[in-house]
Design a protein around this ligand. Structure first.
Ligand SMILES: Cc1cc2nc3c(=O)[nH]c(=O)nc-3n(C[C@H](O)[C@H](O)[C@H](O)COP(=O)(O)O)c2cc1C
Length: 185
């Protein structure tokens, strides 16, 4: 028999490996809130969509519900301390863009900015908001996936072998390992 894992103690183990993101969203006064989010899953089908899970207690859930748009900015291993800060303070109490010295870049389709420090960005528009207990699920259309010029392959693709993202798995952070196969499987 397999040994059950105590999710009361090891609930973070359900984050079994996902790239960590800084999500940017506008506040009412036009300033930017930025928050660390692991619970983002791309969805199959057309148009391209993702679902993002944010606890109701987090300011970001309120802002995304109001603004109906946001940007997912994937981070690199060097940005761990920034992820820690943006995942510890609330934008209700602190300006995390300033504290972390993050630099906004204009987005193509949404008002929230991309982050210059993050090499891969997704502009999103919220289509459905599901409230499950104290959790908001934002089912969102992907308006555009953008990559830093130095990581573009020059044919509207990404040099995936050079893309160094930070992964969150089992309550810890990991750099990417080597590619073990070309193609989907
Ligand atoms: C590694 C990491 C991953 C996180 N992932 C999520 C997540 O997926 N959903 C969520 O609601 N909060 C997540 N958090 C917690 C929020 O980032 C944290 O509560 C933050 O202070 C909320 O800020 P806000 O009030 O400005 O939205 C995560 C924190 C860390 C450090």
């Amino acid at each position: 028999m397999r040994v059950p894992v105590d999710l009361g103690v090891y609930g973070e183990y359900l984050h079994y490996g996902m790239p960590l993101a800084l999500v940017t969203v506008l506040e009412d006064d036009g300033s930017v809130n930025v928050t660390t989010i692991a619970s983002i899953t791309p969805l199959p089908g057309e148009p391209s969509r993702l679902v993002m899970g944010i606890l109701a207690e987090n300011y970001t859930s309120q802002l995304v519900e109001e603004q109906k748009e946001f940007v997912v900015n994937f981070i690199t291993p060097e940005m761990r301390s920034i992820a820690r800060a943006c995942g510890s303070y609330s934008g209700k109490d602190a300006n995390k863009m300033e504290i972390c010295d993050l630099h906004p870049l204009p987005a193509r389709y949404v008002k929230a900015p991309l982050l210059e420090e993050c090499p891969l960005n997704i502009e999103c528009q919220v289509e459905h908001v599901l409230k499950v207990d104290d959790l908001y699920l934002f089912v969102s259309k992907i308006l555009v996936l953008e990559v830093a010029p130095e990581l573009s392959d020059g044919r509207n693709g990404v040099q995936v072998d050079k893309l160094a993202l930070l992964f969150y798995a089992f309550g810890h952070t990991f750099a990417r390992g080597p590619m073990v196969g070309h193609g989907p499987i």
